[in-house]
Design a protein around this ligand. Structure first.
Ligand code: DHB
Ligand code: FE
Length: 320
């Protein structure tokens, strides 16, 4: 059975990507930002997920404003970096996981979340910058990635509660996938920022820090935040934080915070970052779970697949 082993949230400021691409990471302004991700890169190196699901938003790069899907799931074999006006970023092409992605599409849509299926999609800084922050700048990304783009650019975006419930549906989908895959889910964007209009440059550290506290301890409280409240407190683009709730919904209700980092500003944005993972792993079981594979009773895989089918049937019959 596949399992979501941890959640990661991180801001996705495009200037962070430009600092990497232009080799400015050692400059004091940027060093302050990148130093906060050193431990996270070590954690990721040890954790070695088999697949990452990255919840991010497209900034009118892959989708023009002519077509704006609320939730778009990347089911393709690969996702090239988008040209955001300066040519595509010099980062590796993201390799997808079409089998797990199709399974998620089937499970989540039959669970009554209407995803748009994308069999061809480019990915912008919303996805590539958090990848750099957690994986560094390798020649090839070390694991396949399933992108899930959320509309936060054109009114109306999905509510915080809808995002949280989508996370729960994604977890059900992952846990009904028969292969033993260890999955890390990312929520990206935020924290407080507004990049245009009279309040451009707005940052609200008090709000951001309370958001981080609640993300760990009381995510349901965050699901009651309205769009207006988010925009008033965290700026127009602070609305991106609803995407963190997709990630949070996919984890246990009781959160275990592994690591947190916060600094202001990077470009116009407060940079927030958190790693949430169940305690049993934080206590040292970070090795790949080969033991459970060895212990799997013969024939249990088909039984799981059968359980998944019957789950889908009860969804179709409206039992969930
Ligand atoms: C900035 C932040 C973003 O999240 C974004 O998508 C674009 C710009 C910024 O801080 O400049
Ligand atoms: Fe953004």
């Amino acid at each position: 059975m596949a399992k979501i082993i941890a959640g990661v949230a991180s801001s996705h400021v495009p200037a962070i990507g430009a600092a990497i691409d232009n080799k400015q990471t050692e400059e004091p302004y940027w060093q302050r930002v990148f130093s906060g991700f050193e431990k996270s890169k070590e954690w990721m190196e040890k954790t070695k997920p088999d697949v990452c699901i990255v919840i991010y938003n497209d900034h009118a790069s892959a989708f023009s404003v002519e077509i704006v899907p609320t939730f778009a799931l990347g089911c393709a074999e690969e996702f090239p970096p988008a040209d955001e006006g300066w040519g595509p970023r010099p980062v590796p092409v993201v390799q997808g996981h079409p089998e797990l992605a199709s399974h998620i599409a089937q499970s989540v849509i039959l669970d009554e979340f209407d995803l748009t299926i994308c069999n061809k999609m480019e990915v912008d800084h919303g996805l590539t910058v958090p990848m750099n922050l957690l994986f560094g700048s390798p020649k090839a990304w070390p694991c396949p990635v399933i992108p899930l783009a959320v509309n936060v650019v054109l009114y109306p975006p999905p509510t915080a509660h809808r995002c949280y419930m989508l996370g729960k549906a994604i977890r059900r989908a992952v846990e009904s996938y028969p292969e033993d895959l260890r999955v890390v889910i990312f929520g990206t964007g935020g924290m407080s920022h507004q990049i245009s209009g009279p309040r451009a440059g707005l940052i609200n550290s008090k709000f951001d820090k309370a958001f981080l506290d609640n993300l760990t301890k009381d995510p349901r409280k965050l699901t009651r935040i309205t769009h207006l409240e988010l925009m008033r407190e965290a700026g127009a683009e602070g609305i991106e934080m609803v995407m963190w709730l997709v990630m949070r919904g996919a984890l246990d209700d009781k959160g275990d915070e592994g690591y947190r980092f916060y600094t202001v500003p990077a470009s116009n944005t407060a940079v927030g970052h958190i790693i949430l993972e169940p305690k049993r792993r934080a206590a040292g079981k970070s090795k790949r779970v080969t033991a459970s594979k060895a212990k799997r009773p013969m024939g249990s895989k088909p039984r799981r697949a059968a359980a998944f089918k019957s789950n889908l049937q009860s969804v179709r019959k409206g039992k969930r």
